[in-house]
Design a protein around this ligand. Structure first.
Ligand code: NAD
Length: 375
């Protein structure tokens, strides 16, 4: 198969869809890989490394789209890319169609085939291509929190781990899923006193078993949250209710009960946030202050560490990309139910229920597009 890797052109996106190691793997299976010049530079990969791995570097994004049967990237195509997409071309990337009607219509119009990272789903309902970014954001949360707790950055001026003779900071983590677990682990590793809250008792049992002694688990309810925020120095928002907006566990009135200079890192901001006063911010201007409480609400936290994020993402996407390249997308989706659930649009027809419902579009069954006769 001919595979193309364009440079991401979305504002401030430094990740890339394939690493030189990924190119080498696809070459091993006798596929052709075209990489746009400087596509990997933001993540620390030079063109020469791609060439050494067996890729052909092409000068422009138009060259890559013109050659490739499958485009592997990170973010959804943006307007400048729409016209480059050819009928039936396969795009393997994040799309988040339910949040963009314009993108959905553009892909339908271009008659593209879109395999969306975010809906590739395992039988146990886990989302293998979303997990790596949650791991990155979770581990970043205490690091960013620690930074903004410093006085010059308007925080309380407390060191997460304390020092001998001075007690450490109290870190409250709301939600004990992927983000919350990674956040708790890093905060605990830095020596903080950590409280992790979840509504799943089974999850709390698991966390109680695996976490170090400076992490305690507490059942999440309004009463317990109101108590914990009085002593917290750093609060990490990490809740998720699949398919729904995050619940506001910390409401505006609660800010008054917190210590001045407390830092809130609402990782769940991409789903509306679990702290009422959070609104999405960017890496250029990550924080704002309300009632003396520092709010950090960057919606694409992994974007700040493109080297780690690119490797983490491609570790997860590459086995699927190899499968698609070896078998073709139709056979790969017939054989692999994870990938089948990733199909959102096929030759301009919507095949994913959530997308059809979101924009009131006709839904075509995946089975019908996977029939051998279907072009
Ligand atoms: N900002 C970013 O850059 C970024 C990056 C990655 C993920 N995220 C977001 O982080 C959030 C968490 O993702 P995840 O992968 O950890 O999800 P997850 O499903 O693994 O974990 C969510 C946890 O929240 C718990 N929960 C639900 N309601 C709760 C409540 N009322 N109180 C306490 N806990 C509750 C669930 O039981 C679950 O354990 C998502 O919104 C995700 O989109 C943001």
């Amino acid at each position: 198969m001919i595979i193309g890797v364009p440079k991401e052109i979305k504002n401030n996106e430094n990740r890339v869809g394939l690493t030189p190691a990924g190119v080498a793997e696809l070459r091993k299976h006798h596929h052709t890989v075209y990489v746009q010049a400087s596509a990997g530079v933001g993540s620390g990969f030079q063109d020469a490394e791609y060439e050494q791995a067996g890729a052909v570097v092409l000068p422009t994004i138009a060259d890559v789209y013109a050659q490739a049967e499958m485009i592997i990237k990170v973010k959804e195509p943006i307007q400048e890319e729409y016209a480059l997409i050819r009928e039936g071309q396969l795009l393997f990337t994040y799309f988040h169609f339910a949040s963009s009607e314009e993108l959905t219509h553009a892909m339908i119009e271009r008659k593209a085939t879109c395999l969306a990272y975010e809906t590739v789903e395992r039988a146990d309902r886990s989302l293998p291509l979303l997990v790596p970014m949650s791991e990155v954001a979770g581990r970043m949360a205490p690091q960013e929190g620690a930074k903004y707790l410093e006085k010059p950055l308007k925080g309380r001026g407390i060191l997460l781990g304390g020092v001998p003779g001075v007690k450490p900071a109290h870190v409250l983590v709301l939600g004990g899923g992927i983000v919350g677990t990674q956040a708790a682990k890093v905060a605990a590793g830095l020596g903080a006193q950590v409280t992790i809250m979840d509504i799943s008792l089974n999850r709390l049992r698991e966390l109680d078993d695996i976490m170090p002694k400076n992490v305690v688990t507490v059942y999440s309810n309004e009463y317990n949250i109101r108590e914990a925020i009085k002593t917290a120095d750093l609060i990490v928002g990490a809740v998720l209710i699949p398919g729904a907006k995050a619940p506001h566990l910390i409401t505006r009135d609660m800010l008054k009960t917190m210590k001045a200079g407390t830092v809130l890192v609402d990782v769940a901001v991409d789903q509306g946030g679990c702290i009422e006063t959070c609104k999405p911010t960017t890496h250029e201007d990550p924080t704002f202050i309300i009632d003396d409480i520092v709010h950090y609400c960057v919606a694409n936290m992994p974007g700040a560490v493109p080297y780690t994020s690119t490797l983490a993402l491609t570790n997860a996407t590459l086995p699927y990309a190899v499968k698609i390249a070896n078998l073709g997308w139709q056979e790969a989706c017939r054989q692999n139910s994870d990938l089948r659930l990733g199909l959102n649009v096929v030759n301009g027809e919507v095949v994913y229920k959530g997308v059809a419902e979101a924009w009131n579009l006709p839904l075509v069954s995946v089975d019908s597009v996977l029939e051998p006769a279907h072009v």
